[in-house]
Design a protein around this ligand. Structure first.
Ligand code: LR7
Ligand code: MN
Length: 471
């Protein structure tokens, strides 16, 4: 009687909390040059939706903003608000150290971090605190609803909450909840385990945050700290979860009010400390990351040692089994270059984060930056565009003769025959389904710089290909 069982399952509205038994929290909000209205909307929404007994204080940390309204006017405004404190860094610290400065003056049991352009929903806080009381080593995120940046309209979050992943460029990605996780949960109000977090909105027991080594203070400005913290939580024995009953809105602005070029060094730090040999998969796709100065990570490696944290392999196998692990065999990844049309490479530009199914591969002058020119010849005979997750696979179309990209098969499934290529000893790239070879054409209707096309096999140099890691 599955249907009957389902009817009796609790919904979020049915959950009741005994406030006196819940831990208290301090909300920490770091900001840099934020607009007045969005910053104060965040503060007021916290004050209005958090039960008084649970909220110790709201700590605003000004990360050395230079906008006038964030100076005396903000101080004056804040002084009229109960529980709100404002502190300032004495130089630009970046969000990691700004948040830590804020955390250092808190008095609550739990630290709740928010971005400075959020809107908390009625009932957002209780589920987070309840879960941490139940499991002190859980780091819990609310469901992040979308607030339209232009109109500030609250769009919410359609359908089931999503969880976090990443791709091999170390870019954070959203995913639907996998089947094994749906099965593990007993009720729609149970937390959802998530391999990674977006970074801005989460609650963590203060003691546990300290046990885990807070943040990597060698990280500057923005980026990378969310994956670093996610890897660390899982590898060092905690769990990272999304609570489906807690909702907070976030404005995803079109453009940040600051440069984000420190993100690369931050990601390299995360890779160097947590990813073991899998950092090579990241470096292959970002050749310039290898040259990035990332500072000293010896303290962070010692922390990993001290906490006896598990390997990255363990994390991939147990927490993020959906991710494809590229084989990256020597000589079988990098730029895919042609011998006849010299210095032209396979190039695929999905533009957006995700694979654009059906978009054509073109030839473009080789740039050696990885990214859109990174391909990998897999042990299954696919040509994978595996910088994205889920990855794209090159498909040959016998009728148009051109190559496009489709989603790759899932793990343990057979390769569709039109995605199968044989990179032969002589450099020809044989497409099994059409029995033709990939030929570098000079021009076609979509690209002035040429495109690969399926042609009858010959020993023309235009049909000889090789992989090269760097320019
Ligand atoms: O130098 C800085 N100092 C700061 O205090 C740079 C930023 N900040 C503040 C900033 O004002 C904001 O309050 O730090 C907070 C985060 O910066 P945002 O809002 O510009 O970042 P974001 O929302 O674009 O980026 C997401 O990824 C970041 C990676 O470093 C952080 O983890 C953000 O907190 C994170 N935001 C979210 O998770 C909200 C959901 C977005 C998604 C996906
Ligand atoms: Mn943000």
């Amino acid at each position: 009687m599955a249907a009957c069982g389902r009817r009796t399952r609790p919904s979020c509205n049915d959950l009741k909390y005994d406030y006196r038994s819940l831990p208290t929290t301090s909300v920490v909000i770091a900001f840099y040059n934020e607009a007045w209205s969005t910053l104060l909307r965040t503060v007021h929404s916290v004050l209005e939706t958090s039960p008084d007994i649970l909220l110790k204080e709201v700590v605003l940390v000004d990360d050395y903003s230079d906008r006038e309204h964030l100076k005396e006017p903000l101080e004056r405004y804040i002084s009229g608000l109960r529980k709100v404190r404002l502190i300032r860094t004495t130089k630009r610290e970046g969000l990691v150290r700004a948040r830590l400065l804020g955390a250092s003056i808190t008095t609550g049991d739990v630290l709740t971090f928010l971005d400075c352009h959020c809107e908390c929903h009625e009932g957002w806080l209780e589920p987070l605190l309840h879960r941490i009381k139940e499991e002190p080593s859980a780091v819990v995120c609310p469901v992040i609803d979308v607030i339209e940046w232009n109109t500030l309209q609250y769009l919410g979050n359609a359908g089931e909450p999503q969880i976090g992943g990443f791709d091999w460029r170390l870019v954070f990605t959203w995913h639907v909840v996998p089947e094994y996780e749906q099965k593990r949960r007993h009720s729609p109000t149970d937390v959802i385990r998530s391999p990674t977090m977006a970074g801005g909105l989460f609650a963590v027991s203060k003691n546990y945050f300290h046990y885990l080594g807070t943040y990597d203070t060698g990280m500057e400005v923005w980026g990378g700290e969310n994956l670093e913290f996610s890897f660390r939580i899982w590898q060092c024995g905690g769990s990272l979860e999304v609570h489906p009953c807690s909702h907070v809105g976030h404005i995803f602005p079109n453009k940040a009010p600051y440069s984000r070029n420190k993100a690369l060094a931050n990601s390299v730090r995360a890779a160097e400390v947590w990813m073991d040999e899998y950092k090579e998969i990241y470096y292959h796709r970002n050749p310039h990351a290898r040259l990035e100065a990332f500072g000293d990570v010896s303290e962070r490696r010692k922390l990993r040692e001290k906490l006896g944290c598990k390997t990255f392999r363990w994390f991939l196998d147990n927490i993020y089994p959906e991710i494809n692990i590229p084989s990256d065999r020597p000589g079988m990844f990098g730029m895919l270059k042609n011998r006849g049309k010299v210095n032209y490479c396979f190039d695929y530009n999905p533009g957006d984060e995700h694979i654009v199914v059906g978009k054509k591969i073109i030839l473009y002058p080789c740039h050696g930056m990885g990214q859109n020119q990174f391909f990998e010849y897999s042990t299954d005979g696919e040509i994978r565009y595996s910088t994205r997750e889920p990855g794209g696979c090159v498909v040959g179309d016998n009728i148009s003769t051109y190559l496009t990209v489709q989603l790759c098969k899932k793990r343990n499934q057979p390769v569709p025959v039109d995605q199968k290529f044989v990179l032969r000893e002589d450099g020809t790239l044989y497409h099994v389904a059409s029995q033709k070879c990939v030929h570098a054409l000079d021009k076609d209707k979509d690209s002035g710089s040429g495109a690969p096309s399926l042609q009858p096999c010959s020993d023309n140099l235009r049909q000889k290909w090789f992989f090269e890691e760097k320019a």
